[in-house]
Design a protein around this ligand. Structure first.
Ligand SMILES: C=C(O[C@@H]1C=C(C(=O)O)C=C[C@H]1O)C(=O)O
Length: 404
């Protein structure tokens, strides 16, 4: 901390340290995030004991942060952290104590500077319910799933399924959550870098490349993202080439979005792409879709599309129901919040909801990283496994070595 006569200026690490320490000590609900290409770190903090659940009518929700698991919930409900306290830090400006609201000053002033947030999480928090799966880490099981999907496609049961697997990263006592979060901010400027703690429910950290829906005043936005390659060389976007398989895989996701528009008879939308985008160490194909909600007279388009889109064919498959049944029966583990959705709602008239990808669930002694891969008729099981390894590494290597 730099002291001057008039104010105190903080480094981002000190601020994160105070938030994590205070949040875990109180076992409060909180979420911290930075949107893609943004310089603002945002925080919602709620000391309420009860965990709130809300329906998906996002237009009528108060400002807050929504978190929905992959699986459908009773009454279509999601977890919600209401913005009892909200603050936005401009990371390009000095972080001055005098600019901070009272709840943050209190967190900073009451913190024990030597505390290690992850140690408090381990001892205080009730979030470390263990994750159980007999074979979701095994290459042979995953490759078996890919083969079963291909057989299903040949029989005409589906066009695409996105099976997933997990990877356990042991976290020893020197695991530094502050450094890991900072590394995500630094390494993934194009991602939605996020952390949330819901007492007794879960504590997750991630850097998602995929918007599920975004509404900004009258504008609605969504994207189709699929196809994966490592980003190699000095100018990876310029030198990349995509195979027919990847082009078709991404086109299926776009078609899925257009089918959702058709279901509600929405004809006036803009579609741009696909183009290549970089997400951490990976490249994907992406198309962008925009609708003017005022001109099309669809003021509730955000919640309507949220319910229609999730789970998209980028994380589940096509047709949706048989793909979902396959995943439920064969995958062999609970995806929990992986491939669900999360993000800030109604903050300054903007709601930005992302697909929860490139994400890890923190337990007391390890992190569980999740990743899936889109399987179509031409998929090679070993290459699909390798793709999930690359996706897991995006977050896994930062948990293991944030200094790299
Ligand atoms: C399922 C994941 O990613 C999704 C699947 C992709 C693919 O199959 O190529 C690419 C981007 C995401 O839409 C994941 O990251 O776990």
């Amino acid at each position: 901390m730099i002291n001057s006569t008039s104010t105190q200026v903080f480094e981002i690490q000190e601020l994160l340290q105070a938030i994590f320490t205070g949040g875990f000590e109180g076992d409060d609900s909180f979420a911290i995030w930075r949107k893609p290409k943004s310089n603002a770190l945002e925080l919602i903090y709620s000391p309420k004991e009860e965990i709130q659940k809300v329906n998906l009518e996002i237009e009528s929700l108060p400002p807050g942060f929504i978190i929905h698991p992959f699986a459908d919930q009773k009454n279509q409900e999601a977890f919600f952290i209401e913005a009892e306290h909200y603050h936005r830090f401009d990371l390009s400006q000095p972080l001055e104590l005098s600019d901070m609201p009272n709840f943050l000053r209190e967190l900073i002033e009451h913190q024990n500077q030597d505390a290690v947030p992850f140690q408090i999480f381990k001892s205080n928090s009730s979030a470390s319910k263990n994750f159980e799966s007999a074979y979701s880490e095994e290459q042979s099981h995953f490759e078996g799933l890919v083969n079963e999907v291909k057989e299903g496609i040949q029989k005409g049961l589906f066009e695409k399924v996105v099976p997933a697997r997990t990877k356990t990263i042991p976290l020893n006592s020197d695991f530094d959550l502050v450094k890991s979060f900072e590394a995500l901010l630094r390494k993934y400027p194009n991602a939605f870098v996020n952390f949330f703690h819901l007492p007794k429910i879960g504590t997750w950290l991630g850097a998602s490349p995929e918007v599920l829906i975004e509404t900004k005043e009258d504008q609605f936005y969504t994207m189709s993202l699929a196809g994966t390659q490592p980003a190699n060389g000095d100018n990876p976007i310029k030198s990349v080439a995509w195979t027919q398989k990847e082009i078709e895989e991404q086109a299926l996701v776009s078609r899925y979005i257009v089918d959702c528009f058709k279901k509600i008879r929405l004809r006036e939308y803009e579609e741009h792409g696909p183009k290549t985008v970089q997400a951490g160490t990976l490249l994907h194909l992406r198309s962008d879709f925009k609708v003017n909600m005022k001109e099309t007279n669809f003021p509730q388009l955000g919640s309507v599309m949220l319910k229609l889109l999730h789970p998209t064919s980028a994380v589940c498959g096509m047709p949706r129901q048989p793909a979902l049944d396959f995943i439920r029966e064969k995958e062999g583990f609970d995806r929990e919040f992986f491939a669900g959705f999360l993000g800030p709602i109604n903050i300054n008239q903007v709601s930005s909801i992302y697909v929860n990808l490139r994400t890890a669930s923190l337990k007391s002694d390890r992190a569980i990283v999740f990743a899936g891969a889109g399987v179509t008729e031409d998929s090679d099981p070993t290459l699909e496994w390798e793709e999930t390894e690359l996706k897991c590494a995006n977050i896994g290597r930062i948990l293991q070595n944030p200094d790299q």
